[in-house]
Design a protein around this ligand. Structure first.
Ligand code: PHE
Ligand code: ZN
Ligand code: ZN
Ligand code: ZN
Length: 290
């Protein structure tokens, strides 16, 4: 859809801590113009309950969009592992790799997890408004009470898991600017790729996906990805195959991000790793800081 901006209307400060409730995002669309949102976005004040996005266009309609949150009934509700992908796409394309790949994997893991029992609670998220500035996830975290914040022991971000010219990328917790990235989660991904004789590279937390609100609000986070618009190097082509000199995802934010755009090998490999991450932390947070 032609979603171009979101105006927060957060009268209810408890919504983020009330599982299962929709959050009141007012989404402004730009009709058929299909213009990118960025030129219209005047201001997004991070961390406030009323974040204002100004937009300059006559053809604005206000609609609603929602984060979808699901939590296991079983498992310690004071110790949750959370994971998510974003359910929106840019207006320029269908968003199948970005982020149908992540959101569908999260859904499949949620479906499969119903056959297992958990010690810790598992909380799933399908975020709204990621492409407009991480609006759904940032809102969700910003309205958590301190008590609810502390129940989320870890957040795992799954955005772009099957790029056609993929690399296996792990967010590196040891970034000076982002010291709250989870070392335990990073190590889990690295160990798993090693165990499966797969190469991996580290990427920095650059604030471009839904982990951002979590780590800014002191919740350990991390994730994996397979690359967006950045050009693959020769070294990376040697490590992962594919083509040097073109982007990891040449259809990033374009009309061609269709089902044909997804590398099924990368997606399957990473989906298994997502399942492994959930299975591990649903069982125990052993080794985590208290
Ligand atoms: N989150 C970005 C998007 O949805 C993609 C991205 C992921 C870019 C990770 C850089 C790093 O468009
Ligand atoms: Zn915030
Ligand atoms: Zn995107
Ligand atoms: Zn994305």
């Amino acid at each position: 859809g032609a979603v171009a901006a979101i105006i927060f209307n957060n009268e209810d400060g408890d919504l983020g801590g009330t599982l299962g409730s929709p959050s009141p995002y007012h989404v402004a669309t730009f009709g058929v113009s299909g213009k990118a949102a960025a030129p219209y976005v005047k201001k997004l004040e991070h961390g406030k309950h009323v974040d204002v996005i100004a937009y300059i266009d006559a053809e604005v309609a206000t609609i609603m969009t929602n984060n979808i949150i699901a939590q296991t009934i079983e498992g310690d509700p004071d110790n949750c592992v959370m994971l998510g992908g974003h359910s929106d796409s840019v207006s320029e394309g269908p968003g199948i790799n970005d982020d149908g790949s992540g959101s569908l994997t999260v859904l499949e893991v949620a479906v499969q997890l119903a056959n297992f029992s958990v010690n810790n609670c598992v909380r799933f998220a399908w975020w709204a408004g990621e492409e407009e500035g991480l609006l759904g996830s940032d809102y969700y975290v910003s309205v958590l009470s301190p008590e609810e914040n502390q129940k989320i022991r870890l957040f795992m971000d799954y955005d772009m898991l099957g790029s056609p010219n993929f690399a296996y990328q792990v967010y590196d917790a040891r970034n000076d600017r982002n010291p709250v990235g989870s070392q335990e989660l990073r190590d889990l991904y690295v160990d798993w790729y090693k165990d499966h004789d797969l190469n991996y590279t580290f990427i920095e937390f650059d604030g471009r996906s839904d982990y951002d609100g979590f780590i800014k609000h002191g919740i350990p986070g991390g994730g994996i990805a397979t690359g967006a618009e950045v050009i693959k190097t020769k070294e990376e082509a040697n490590m992962f195959g594919g083509d040097a000199g073109i982007p990891f995802d040449p259809c990033y934010h374009l009309l061609c991000d269709t089902v044909e755009n997804v590398n099924m090998t990368a997606w399957e490999v990473n989906s298994k790793l997502v399942a492994h991450s959930v299975a591990t932390f649903a069982k125990s947070f052993k080794g985590f800081p208290e």
